[in-house]
Design a protein around this ligand. Structure first.
Ligand code: GLC
Length: 736
């Protein structure tokens, strides 16, 4: 990140955001001139327009919003009012408010804007940092065409529970991979200079531990030991802060009884103290208002909640009105210190300077015309290809043979609004590529037989009849996530993560039909699908693949592109196994086949075997591993392995490194991902994968202390979290 308007506080080789001294002086000067009410105004975020209206560009400015901005009572806006209205509101802020402090407009550009990438859970399966960064950069530019200069992304919640609907929005269950995702997305959204009019402020959310909500039920209670908080849930946020993120959004839930929205341990001690964060914190929607009865009930009334949240380190109040109504009063009576208020305002002004809003407050209304939307669509197509995970491919039914008569079945095979997934955006549904469109574009002789829907009754005879003339059946399965029904995303937790509706009947009908059948999943969470996985000949996990999704998925199914995705979450056999994750502890009785006194379910396969494990994914070729080696070389551990493409066509392997600390002061996970390398291999080609892991990465947190990794370790250089030849190495002692 260039110095420009702010310096990089180069920390541990990263570059956390820090305002340059010259900027700090400008802020000092502004603070001296601001009234109490103007300071409070900089901490208030209100809606930017009529949320109900369809086309926000049309119609007049919302007068309530316009007046608040002109009077300096709302320094931040949320939701998109369109670029024209953004500039009109900005003009009021800059030319009519007393000090001319510009506004900032935030919105959820999570994985799409005018064009749409696969949902983040799908993107995470690409294991590709450059892809993630490039997509964020494209989405930032598209966001700026809407006047949005701040996105509420990346979502960094580690999630181990398929019941939680927001698992769709996250980068899976592994802290290390989610941390690499965090860095890539922050750098993509913000670029080297967020003030260039084509980048936006990133916002790390939901701080922290949201994915651990009890029962996988959204908004529910979170109880985490400090060790688990530090070792599993905080790392992606620390990585994002050290990559320069300009904002952080605390989550709705309580963390061990204290709401994240007013939690000094999380907001001050950890985020500011340990991570050195200097940007702004913004509450999640209305969450300061949720601190009072009959909700969390940690403050008696909204005025006390306003005072408590600010004191705890919450800078901006998104949509609860607590700060707007009560903060000035609390300052006047000395409950909220003037210094605490100034500190929060400083954080906000730093971000506005970082975005260049004082120098260039207006959005470029011609920017959309300058963007190459064709190129963006192609980028989303590549992202869709890389997010696909091939989970099964028997009888080599994939790639589809040229000339094969294909019958495509199911509602999800040709529904453009079901391609996008959670967080719908401003794309044009009619432009979205469905799987039918993709198969046709790739020259497949395909007939579409809708046959059944996700939630409707299934006529098994109709399914069998439709299959009759097919050489291959491509049957779509999954969840709805369109404008009408959402089965994943915010507040869509499911108590049963099997196939919704009567889709299982389709599985049985196709098994009876006896035709080769490819199942394609369009979903936003790991599904418990043992029957489907067993009955189909090939299983393609397509997630919600985005606006170019149908093309990308078809490219993989026809062999135009190779399947290169690898799972970043475990798939359960049954819902009751959730939460299910590969990096679990061994326990004192790790499961052993046939030994009833080891951890297990009597009505589900062993807990040691997921339906599909973290890291798993097939290619159209297989890969051989040989000469796996590990050596400790100073402050790093070097892993090498020779990987061979055993097939006759090109392929790409994701070589993964896992370690286990055999003996430590606390029990450590059976495996932990510590690195990966993508290897492109021509048919028959062998390459050596080399992955270096800093010794410091073998450490862990316990009782508030960073414990260095030492002693005996096991390791695996492997294709997924279940396989690989076991290696050993030692840190410290004579193992140096
Ligand atoms: C929502 C979500 C959060 C989002 C915010 C603003 O409730 O929890 O992810 O950024 O409100 O839309």
């Amino acid at each position: 990140m260039k110095l420009g308007l702010f310096a990089c506080a180069a920390v541990a080789g990263a570059c956390a955001f820090a305002a340059a001294p010259a900027t700090e002086k400008k802020i000092d000067d502004l603070l001296k001139r601001m009234t109490l009410e103007e300071k409070v105004g900089q901490l208030v975020q209100i809606g930017s327009g009529d949320f109900a209206s369809g086309d926000v560009e049309k119609g007049p400015l919302d007068s309530r919003v316009a007046n608040a901005v002109a009077r300096g009572e709302a320094g931040l806006l949320i939701s998109c009012c369109g670029i024209r209205k953004y500039n009109q509101l900005q003009k009021l802020a800059v030319e009519e408010s007393r000090l001319g402090i510009p506004i900032m407009l935030g919105h959820d550009v999570i994985h799409g804007c005018r064009t749409v990438a696969p949902i983040p859970l799908g993107l995470s399966c690409a294991w590709d940092e450059e892809l993630w960064r490039g997509l964020a950069e494209t989405l930032a530019a598209e966001a700026r065409t809407r006047g949005i200069d701040w996105t509420f992304a990346p979502m960094l919640d580690v999630s181990r529970d398929a019941r939680w609907g927001r698992i769709a929005e996250c980068a899976g269950q592994d802290p290390f991979l989610a941390s690499r995702y965090a860095v890539a997305m922050v750098r993509g959204f913000q670029g080297d200079n967020p003030a260039d009019g084509r980048h936006v402020a990133a916002c790390l959310k939901h701080y922290v531990g949201y994915g651990a909500c009890e029962g996988g039920r959204d908004y529910n209670t979170v109880e985490l030991s400090d060790d688990t908080l530090r070792n599993v849930y905080l790392p992606p946020f620390e990585a994002g802060v050290r990559a320069g993120a300009l904002s952080v959004m605390p989550a709705f839930h309580v963390m061990n009884g204290v709401p994240c929205s007013a939690n000094p341990y999380l907001l001050r001690d950890t985020l500011r103290g340990r991570f050195g964060f200097e940007g702004l914190t913004v509450s999640d929607w209305g969450s300061i208002g949720e601190l009072v009865p009959p909700r969390h009930g940690v403050y008696a009334n909204l005025a006390d909640a306003a005072a408590g949240a600010l004191a705890a380190g919450m800078d901006v109040d998104m949509m609860s009105d607590a700060y707007r109504k009560h903060l000035a009063g609390k300052v006047k009576i000395g409950v909220v210190g003037a210094a605490a208020l100034d500190e929060a305002v400083r954080h906000v002004l730093r971000v506005k300077f970082a975005l260049g809003l004082f120098e260039h407050p207006y959005a470029d209304e011609k920017l959309l015309g300058k963007l190459d939307l064709e190129k963006h669509a192609e980028q989303m197509r590549v992202a869709a290809r890389k997010s696909v995970v091939l989970l099964k491919n028997e009888k080599r039914v994939l790639p589809l043979k040229k000339g094969a008569r294909v019958v495509l079945m199911g509602e999800l095979g040709d529904n453009p609004t079901e391609m996008l997934g959670t967080w719908q955006t401003w794309n044009v549904p009619g432009e979205n590529a469905t799987l039918l469109a993709g198969l046709k574009a790739d020259g497949v002789d395909v007939v579409y037989a809708p046959c059944y829907t996700v939630t409707g009754a299934v006529d098994a005879a109709a399914v069998v009849a439709a299959a009759t003339n097919a050489d291959v059946v491509v049957a779509t399965f999954g969840e709805l996530c369109g404008p009408n029904v959402s089965m994943n995303g915010e507040n869509t937790s499911r108590a049963d993560v099997g196939l919704p509706g009567e889709q299982d009947k389709v599985v049985r009908a196709l098994r009876a039909a006896g035709k080769p059948f490819v199942a394609v999943l369009f979903n936003g969470r790991p599904l418990a699908i043992p029957e489907l996985a067993e009955a189909c000949d090939a299983l393609v996990e397509a997630w919600n693949p985005g606006s170019s999704g149908g093309w990308g998925v078809a490219d993989v199914m026809t062999g135009v592109a190779e399947p290169t995705g690898r799972l970043t979450v475990d798939f359960p056999h049954k819902t009751g196994e959730c939460p299910l994750y590969y990096n679990r502890l061994q326990t004192g009785r790790p499961w052993v086949e046939g030994n009833m006194w080891t951890t297990r379910y009597i009505d589900a396969p062993s807990p040691g075997k997921s339906l599909f494990p973290f890291g798993f994914g097939l290619a159209y070729v297989s890969f051989g591993y040989a000469n796996e080696k590990v050596s400790v070389e100073g402050d790093k551990v070097v892993f090498t392995a020779d990987v061979t493409n055993l097939g006759g066509r090109a392929g790409e392997e994701v070589v993964q490194v896992y370690v286990r600390d055999v003996v430590a002061c606390v029990s450590r996970p059976r495996r932990e991902l510590k690195g990966w390398r993508r290897l492109e291999l021509a048919g028959g080609e062998t390459k050596t994968a080399r992955i270096e892991v800093p010794v410091s990465a073998l450490g862990f947190w316990h009782a508030g202390r960073r414990v260095p990794g030492e002693g005996e370790f096991r390791a695996w250089i492997a294709p997924d979290s279940d396989r690989g030849r076991e290696l050993s190495f030692t840190i410290g002692g004579n193992g140096k």
